[in-house]
Design a protein around this ligand. Structure first.
Ligand code: TA6
Length: 305
């Protein structure tokens, strides 16, 4: 990415938070506290990196070829898919995975919590482009706690007098030593729709391992998933609430090279997307004046062998 310039913000920033601008006018928040470091792009409220102090490796994968431009999502970190997941249900001209990941967000609060974590609260700015794609009145808020664990809470409030339906995901790209060497637990016995096999339905048997393109929505599951990564000698624990789907994606070599922002080398091997979502039959209907919240907590630990 281009070099960043420190800027002043019109609200008082927590002392552990700095605001930067790049050459394209995009804003980024850097968090540096006793527990962790992190970077967040304000376009998309996109957590690009998070690394607890005790961790040798970043927890998220971020493409060296990511694009930092207005209106495009960054490849890596935690893109926010909202208010639909995948293709729009009725209008294929609209951007896959919704508009939240490419819209400007505003920082409305930053503070230090008792446990030393830094809390950031961001709200999407309702631009005319967003308004065209979702005409219902809503508030979309993301609360991020940057500490030795990372917590994120995505809250959708219906501000109108009609119910509306959303699909959503925290489309997290985890940094792994080699996708072919890792294993994922937490989905044994869970039904999934396999995009690679015409969306046919199957049931997961045992742990998930990877040896080719993988693109599945596991439905009706709220369980914790754990990535076991022997190469980095760590596990990543993914806990969630308000999410009934878990999506898993790796493009493998050919598709990764076609994407254009993943590079032409083998860096795709060092990522796996494990997404806490509400997709397919798990989309959420939000009644008037109600708030629905999807929450995650990520934590790393040494792998016990
Ligand atoms: O979450 C899996 C998925 O929907 C895949 O089908 C794949 O296309 C991926 O997300 C990336 O989507 P993007 O629009 O970010 O290129």
């Amino acid at each position: 990415m281009s070099s960043l310039h420190l800027v002043e913000k019109d609200i008082q920033l927590d002392p552990h938070v700095s605001l930067y601008l790049d050459a394209n006018g995009l804003k980024f928040l850097d968090i540096d506290n006793d527990l962790a470091t992190a970077r967040i792009a304000m376009q998309g409220a996109h957590v690009m990196s998070w690394q607890p102090r005790h961790e040798a490796e970043p927890v998220f994968w971020l493409s060296d070829h990511a694009r930092y431009v207005h209106g495009r999502s960054i490849r890596g970190g935690v893109p926010i898919c909202w208010p639909w997941f995948g293709a729009h249900p009725t209008d294929s001209t609209l951007c896959p995975h919704g508009f939240a990941r490419v819209m400007p967000w505003d920082l409305i609060e930053s503070s230090t919590l008792e446990n030393g974590a830094t809390r950031l609260v961001l709200q999407i700015i309702n631009t005319p482009v967003a308004q065209k794609q979702l005409s219902y009145p809503y508030t979309l808020t993301l609360t991020i706690d940057v500490g030795d664990t990372l917590k994120m809470a995505l809250s959708t409030t219906n501000r109108g007098n009609q119910p509306f339906m959303i699909g959503e995901a925290l489309h997290t790209y985890f940094n792994v030593s080699d996708v072919e060497q890792i294993a994922l637990s937490g989905l044994d016995g869970v039904e999934y729709s396999d995009k690679v096999l015409n969306y046919d339905r199957y049931t997961q048997q045992g742990m998930v391992r990877f040896n080719g393109e993988f693109d599945r929505v596991y439905v009706n599951t709220r369980d914790v998933c754990v990535i076991e990564d022997p190469g980095f000698n760590r596990i990543i624990r993914i806990a969630k609430s308000g999410s009934n789907s878990t999506v898993i994606w790796t493009p493998w070599e050919e598709k990764a090279h076609q994407l254009g922002d993943m590079g032409n080398d083998d860096s795709w091997r060092r990522m796996i997307c494990i997404e806490s979502a509400n997709a397919l039959e798990n989309m959420v209907m939000i009644p008037p004046n109600q708030t629905h919240t999807l929450e995650i907590e990520y934590e790393t630990q040494p792998l016990e062998r």
